[in-house]
Structure formats: structure tokens, C-alpha cells
Design a protein around this ligand. Structure first.
Ligand SMILES: Cc1ncc(COP(=O)(O)O)c(C=O)c1O
Length: 451
């Protein structure tokens, strides 16, 4: 049967895999697993991992005095460039190697601001990654613009640069690549395409703090980069966001737009010169963030080391396709994702694989699905405003175009994501993840029969 391992074949494969890994060098070598020895937890066996995983978010008592100081000062409202907000903006810009940073109320308001500042307006089109958190689509829709989906490359799980050009129309204004799960997009061909067609590029780096592409940090690779500091994020403040960039003009406009249109920088002295909103961060959020920068750096290193080790182990398992990152890039793994091929697991469907893995004590999920089929976009394009802005023919062609997203469909149907906190655990715990998957594979025929 295709991809099925008998006990003997499995043992042979495991030994061959271990020999290859020995040859690759001891540092990255996962130990050999006796996966077939134990029954999967779903079949009554003992879970591979017991004792839980690191929790999130992590609080450090030593951060409290600085926050209490802000609370006692009565200066809570964060105007950009001053106080704790200013401290964090400077520190975050320095950390990323960006010329400027402007803090925001959230990742969503960062995207809203960035899109406005690069000129996205009602009736425009913005090319976006479909494999993302729904907020990326929402930010475009809230400007009464159409999010046009470039396809996802199943090898990288990010925007396929080759699919961008066919999305461009005379209404296209910007491209929004998403460094999803902290995996950097291949930015060179994306930027080249933008340059060719005179489009802006806004990076959705909301999951990519310290991600790297060719020696530069995510969020500094295009016109503007947007970040989220929401509770689940690697540097959290409950909510919060930031825009980074190197253009004085664009960043002054971000500062102004997020602060009710107040004139700043090159525009100072000209009064309320632009439309704007209130997307400001508070000083107590900034006081939380500025103190977490060192932790972000050390946590990121740990996640990366464990992810490298996990990748080496998972690459030995048929049916598990780990992500191919662009050359000279580093992911930061907000989720550690791989593609699952049920054929190599005796036809075990992905949902049962996930159930079995969770039963082994490994929290995981099936990531983003094909959200454009959910009704959100139908609601938007059937609204009075969108019908005024776009022809019925354009909206029909737009709706039909979702069928073309073959790469994204594959990723949505086959990806499995392991939560970032697991990568903060010990090296031996990474062995548990690998061992649990091997165990499931060895028993996949029996597991496929379990409801
Ligand atoms: C890829 C992506 N874009 C945008 C956002 C929006 O960020 P926020 O929740 O801070 O508004 C998020 C947050 O989860 C995200 O993951």
C-alpha cells in the first residue's frame, strides 16, 4: 500500500534516516525513535508528551515598577515621539534597522494607516496574500478597495511572486505581501514587480518581528512594514501595533494620520493638514513593550534553534513537507507549519492526524482556510458602496477568480501548524514532536479507522 510502513520497513527507514543524520553532523541530529514501540494515545497508548508546554504570554515582575511609574504619572495618552511611546519607537526602529517607527493601536490600524498613506482609496485594488489572518483582507475592504488575491506558493506558504502580474489592473495601487507565521516572503521579485508597475509595497509583518530576508529585517524591505503586538504575539502588550519605514515623508504621514491628522515633521506648522484618525498607542502599553525587547531577541533565537532541529527531524518523515524559505532568510515561527500528505499516512485525513497529534500532547491546528469562500467578501462586494465603485462585470470576475487559487487551496487543505510556545521548550521536547508524528505514521492504518 502506497506510503505504508510495515514495522520492519519503518525500522529500516528509521535506521537509514539516523545514519544520514549522523553524517550531517551530530549537532542537528535528532535521536532515533522507537516509534512503533508505543501505541498512539488515541488507541489507548500513553501520550508521547506529558507535562505541558510553556505558557503565553509571560509576565516578568521586574517590568512592573516602570509601568506603575507611568500609571502614577497620569500621562497615559501616547503622542508619538515622546515619553515611553517615543522610547519604544526609537528602540524598535533600532532593533530592526529602520529609520523610523510609529506606534499604533493595533496591527489592523497599522495596515489601515499604511494603505492610506501610500494612496489606497475607494475603488482601488490591492494585491494581497490570501493565506493570512483575516485582518489583512479587512484593512483593504475598510478603504473600500478590493483585495485581489495573488496565489500562495505551496513550497514557501507565502505569496507566489509569479502570480502577481496577472492580478494587476489599471486600478491596482499596492501589493501587500504577508510574512505569515514569521516566514519572510521572497521580497526581491515582489519589489521588482511593484517597481515595474509603479505600485507601493506594504509588508504585513504582523507575525514577523525579527524575521530576516537577505540580511535585512522584515518590515524594512519595502515602502512600509506593519506589526502587531496583540496578546498572542511574540512581543505582546494586549493590543498594539507599529509601522516601520525609511521614508521621512511616508512616516511623517503615518504619524499624522494616526494622530487625528496633526501636522508633524516636514508638515509641522501647517495645522491639521490631512484626514486622520486616532490610532495611538498608550504609554503604559509602550512601557510593557520596551521592556520586552531583550526577551524577544532571546526567545526568537531559541525558537529558531528548535525549529532548525525540528525541521531536520521532520524532513526524515515521508509525507511531512517542511517549508522552503527564501535564500539567506530566517523565519521567526509564530506558528511552525508544515504540509501534511495523508497518502503517506495510509490515507489518514488531516483532521484525524491533528486529533491524534493533540492526543499525543502536541497542541497544533489546521491554520487558515479558504476564507474568501466564507461570505465576508460576498458581504462586501454586495454592499451598496462596492456596487457603486465597481461594475457588476468586475465584481463577478473578481468572485470567480477565487477558483484560480490552486496553490493556496493546497496549502489551506494540507498545512498543520504547531504553536510558537512549543518552540520555547527544551530540545528533548522537540524529539517528542518528531516521535509523536512517527508514532502516528507507524499506526496510521489503525488510526484511520478511529472516528
Ligand atoms: C498577519 C496579520 N495581519 C494583521 C493582523 C492584525 O493585527 P491586530 O490583531 O493587532 O489588529 C494580525 C494579527 O493577528 C496578523 O496576524
Amino acid at each position: 500500500m502506497k506510503g505504508y510502513f510495515t514495522r520492519r520497513e519503518f525500522a529500516r527507514t528509521a535506521v537509514a534516516g539516523s545514519a544520514a543524520l549522523t553524517w550531517l553532523g551530530a549537532r542537528r541530529m535528532p535521536r532515533v525513535f522507537a516509534a512503533e514501540a508505543g501505541k498512539p494515545a488515541l488507541l489507548g497508548g500513553t501520550p508521547t508528551h506529558k507535562g505541558g508546554w510553556p505558557g503565553w504570554p509571560k509576565w516578568n515582575k521586574s517590568w512592573e515598577p516602570e509601568i506603575v511609574k507611568v500609571l502614577r504619572s497620569g500621562q497615559w495618552c501616547g503622542f508619538g515621539g515622546s515619553g515611553k511611546v517615543g522610547d519604544f519607537e526609537k528602540a524598535y526602529a533600532k532593533l530592526l534597522g529602520a529609520k523610523h517607527c510609529v506606534t499604533m493601536a493595533s496591527g489592523t490600524t497599522s495596515l489601515l494607516t499604511a494603505l492610506h498613506v501610500v494612496g489606497v482609496d475607494a475603488g482601488d485594488e490591492v494585491i494581497v496574500s490570501p493565506f493570512t489572518f483575516i485582518a489583512t483582507y479587512n484593512a483593504v475592504l475598510m478603504h473600500k478597495a478590493l483585495p485581489i488575491f495573488a496565489d500562495t506558493d505551496p513550497n514557501t506558504m507565502t505569496m507566489d511572486p509569479a502570480s502577481i502580474e496577472s492580478c494587476i489592473t489599471e486600478r491596482t495601487r499596492a501589493i501587500v505581501p504577508v510574512h505569515i507565521y514569521g516566514m519572510p516572503c521572497d521580497m526581491d521579485p515582489i519589489n521588482a514587480m511593484a517597481k515595474k508597475h509603479n505600485l507601493a509595497v506594504v509588508e504585513d509583518a504582523c507575525q514577523a518581528w525579527l524575521g530576516e530576508y537577505k540580511g535585512r529585517k522584515c518590515g524594512t524591505l519595502a515602502d512600509l512594514g506593519c506589526f502587531s503586538f496583540q496578546n498572542s504575539k511574540h512581543i505582546p502588550a494586549g493590543d498594539g501595533g507599529a509601522i516601520t519605514g525609511n521614508s521621512d515623508e511616508l512616516m511623517d504621514r503615518c504619524m499624522s494620520y494616526h494622530d487625528v491628522g496633526r501636522a508633524v515633521g516636514t508638515y509641522k506648522g501647517k495645522g491639521y493638514f490631512t484626514r486622520g484618525s486616532n490610532y495611538r498607542m498608550t504609554h503604559y502599553q509602550a512601557a510593557m513593550l520596551v521592556q520586552q525587547i531583550d526577551k524577544l531577541v532571546t526567545d526568537t533565537r531559541r525558537r529558531q534553534e528548535n525549529a532548525d532541529y525540528l525541521t531536520a527531524g521532520l524532513n526524515e518523515i515521508p509525507g511531512i513537507q517542511t517549508v522552503r524559505l527564501p535564500k539567506n532568510s530566517r523565519a521567526v515561527w509564530h506558528l511552525y507549519a508544515f504540509l501534511y500528505d495523508g497518502d503517506q499516512f495510509n490515507g489518514l485525513p488531516r483532521n484525524k492526524f491533528i486529533k491524534a497529534l493533540r492526543a499525543e500532547g502536541i497542541p497544533c491546528s489546521d491554520g487558515y482556510h479558504e476564507q474568501y469562500n466564507d461570505g465576508l467578501l460576498d458581504e462586501a462586494i454586495n454592499s451598496r458602496g462596492f456596487k457603486r465603485l465597481y461594475s457588476a462585470k468586475r465584481l463577478k470576475a473578481y468572485r470567480d477568480s477565487f477558483q484560480e487559487l490552486k496553490g493556496n487551496k493546497k496549502v489551506c487543505e494540507t498545512n498543520v501548524g504547531i504553536f510558537q510556545t512549543l518552540l520555547l521548550a527544551d530540545r528533548g521536547d522537540m524529539d517528542h514532536i518528531i516521535e509523536a508524528i512517527r508514532k502516528i505514521q507507524a499506526h496510521s492504518e489503525a488510526l484511520a479507522k478511529v472516528v
